[in-house]
Design a protein around this ligand. Sequence first.
Ligand code: NAP
Length: 300
Amino acid sequence: MSERVGFVGLGIMGQGMARNLMKAGYTVHVWNRTASKMAPLVAEGAHAAASPAEVAAQCDIVVTCVSDTPDVEAVLLGEAGIIHGAKPGALVIDCSTISPQATRDFAATLNEKGIHMVDAPVSGGSEGAARGTLTIMVGGADEDVERAKPVLQAMGKTITHIGEIGSGQVVKAVNQVLVVGNCLAMCEALLLAQAGGVDLQKNFDAVSQGVAGSWMFTNRAPQIIRRDWRPGFTIALQQKDLRLVLDAADELGVPLPGTSLIFQLYRTLEARNLGLEGNHALVKALEYLSGIEVGTEASQ
Ligand code: NAP
């Protein structure tokens, strides 16, 4: 491995992604705001740094995976940010889900110092991060994306170069429109089945393999039927992503009436302090409206 790789942001996603870089043979330099989260990876051979700038000073390529747009700004351009340690020619791969326009702005600021950047938001959840099977949507110049590919291939399975910088984030927003649309359809379908008095498992068996089937229905309808609200993806993060989707739509002047409605339904759940439940708990918003409860208590 000729390129030295750093990783900034060892959250639910970053832990698994950084570990897969180590499994692929990279010596990984890591930094996390909460220092204790570096310990498991350091025990496995990663080198802990004191700041994002220090990671960048020791590496040719730095991967970032933090929560939201201001957080990416902090680790890239903040006081001890990557921009202050990276050498000209270094490459930043941002795997966070953030604003496409902010991504272009951050890249332009880095470019002024000779630092390259690609946006590479991911889909596949914590399981995909741990297994190295993420779907990765990449935006950036051809040569930068080619250079990023071995690193991305260590973390993901389906890697698509969409176009220029920021385009990965645009497609991630598209991805989220599809996710929440499928989620609301699933929730309405289950509410109707419950109200119609049919057996929910038989209903599932009858429709999940036909034209109406979806990843969401196959994976999350059984959880709803059991009333199991453990998250694959939390309502809080889903809300953050929908804000990004609706901001992008607003900037482009595109109406997204369905997605806007779903955003408001999720907001009712956040208002009830359900932000840490899984995004399939969207069904609870329909339950509040209808007075009907779907499924039964979990028997696990
Ligand atoms: P997470 O577990 O909450 O981790 C967030 C990470 O960002 C932590 O390392 C956190 O540091 C760091 N961070 C947040 N704000 C920061 C700041 N201002 N300065 C420095 N570090 C900061 O979240 P996650 O699930 O790993 O998600 C990370 C990104 O991947 C998000 O953009 C998310 O939307 C995206 N994503 C997540 C999933 C999923 O299923 N979880 C799927 C696809 C995409 P601390 O440890 O100090 O808090």
